[in-house]
Design a protein. Structure first.
Length: 264
């Protein structure tokens, strides 16, 4: 599932800076924003993660790349710039954690992931939490946060929540789907056979629930490979003027992409 809200990172960076400065500080801030800003880094193609590099795109299966939303300036796609990606899993329910770890293991065949014991170890990574029922039949959700590291490079972390009150097999299915978002599939497939389909993982059928437990399909992998073949700004060092501007507007908090309900 993804929560949706417009973000400053979707606008042209200079125009965005002018609009936000006006909203925060009025005409004086607008004049400041109009001052020349340093040149932005150019998007670069990163080395493919090992598993994706070995995976051969299956032309017969196709993909849903057009459904994936760029989250970065200039229409760049969010990717991970280092491996393995640390993943923290809330550990107060060992059996639940084991089923989430299964989903992590499956994705690790394509993009290296490493389960860590402490939440702070996944500051530059993913954190997965068990939460009370979210409502509206929502099984889980993922949210990316973008921020500048101490060296000025653009980095991210992803928060994932999985709702309680579901069978353990469904926990793996939900975790598999939400981790797919966190790895870069920020969108949904229109095909119900794909892992990243935007529908619910289970539906009521009389007195029982029919569980949809999809695995990672060739269309999912084709799409993910296309995402990682695109130039990105992740890991690139931004000029101080941009870091200072975004920090001022956001109160030194990470840039957040808040996504609205669009299926599971």
């Amino acid at each position: 599932m993804v929560w949706r809200r417009r973000s400053i990172l979707q606008f042209g960076v200079i125009a965005c800076a002018m609009l936000l400065a006006l909203a925060v500080g009025g005409v004086g801030s607008l004049a400041q924003a109009q001052r020349p800003l340093e040149e932005l880094p150019q998007p670069v193609r990163l080395k493919l993660p090992p598993g994706l590099a070995r995976y051969a795109y299956d032309k017969s299966a196709g993909d849903y790349f057009e459904e994936i939303e760029p989250l970065l300036p200039g229409g760049a796609y969010a990717q991970w710039a280092f491996y393995p990606i640390p993943v923290y899993i809330q550990g107060d329910h060992p059996q639940w954690k084991a089923f989430v770890e299964q989903a992590v293991k499956e994705w690790s065949a394509y993009i290296p992931l490493k389960v860590v014991a402490k939440e702070e170890e996944a500051f530059y990574g993913m954190s997965i939490y068990r939460v009370p029922p979210i409502g509206e039949g929502i099984a889980g959700a993922a949210r990316p946060e973008f921020f500048f590291a101490a060296d000025g490079s653009l980095q991210q972390r992803v928060r994932i929540v999985i709702a309680e009150g579901r069978g353990l097999a469904e926990v793996t299915a939900v975790a598999r789907h939400e981790i797919g978002h966190g790895l870069g599939l920020w969108g949904h497939s229109p095909n119900p056979r794909d892992l990243m389909y935007g529908g619910h993982h289970a539906k009521a059928t009389g007195n029982r629930r029919l569980l949809r437990v999809p695995t990672i399909t060739k269309r999912d992998l084709n799409t993910l490979k296309r995402v990682y073949e695109q130039p990105t700004l992740m890991g690139q060092v931004f000029p101080e003027s941009y870091r200072r501007l975004f920090g001022q507007v956001w109160g030194e908090r990470p840039f957040q992409r808040a996504f609205g309900v669009a299926g599971s």
